[in-house]
Design a protein. Structure first.
Length: 148
């Protein structure tokens, strides 16, 4: 049985949530910032396309760090190759599952909003398994190998 408060919370979900995109977060434990509330995360996310990157999160605020200061960039460079850091929102860096960094249409990246051919192929178990192996290899090669 739902209460009035449950219904109101459900109605406000999209208003209150900065993002409703599914994602997986992994804390990079060796990245210890002077401000102990700041954590560096490796995040895999689906907006409408699959991508991954390195983000900053403020555990005290319970929220992502949207305005990444020059000081945070310099501190993050102690844990991540400086050449890779290109802040965009709460992302220090990110790339699509094909290793491309720029926004755009890529036939080899599943688009779950447009349901491009790559997304439809993922219904097949073997094609999905092959895609996951390639995507993980790309994320390791384009992002994780640059952790210091």
């Amino acid at each position: 049985m739902h209460t009035y408060d449950d219904v109101k919370q459900h109605e406000r979900f999209y208003d209150d949530a900065p993002s409703t995109y599914p994602g997986l977060d992994y804390v990079i434990k060796k990245a210890e910032f002077h401000n102990r509330n700041i954590q560096m995360w490796f995040r895999i996310e689906v907006e409408q396309k699959l991508y991954a990157g390195i983000t900053l999160f403020d555990t005290d605020e319970g929220y992502e760090v949207e305005n990444i200061s020059d000081e945070l960039i310099e501190e993050a460079a102690g844990f991540l190759n400086r050449d890779l850091i290109m802040p965009e929102g709460w992302w220090l860096t990110w790339c699509y599952s094909n290793g491309k960094y720029g926004d755009g249409y890529y036939a080899d990246v599943p688009d779950f909003k447009e349901m491009n051919e790559c997304a439809v192929w993922l219904v097949d178990a073997q094609k999905r398994a092959d895609f996951v192996k390639r995507a993980v290899a790309v994320f390791e090669g384009e992002l994780l190998q640059y952790l210091l």
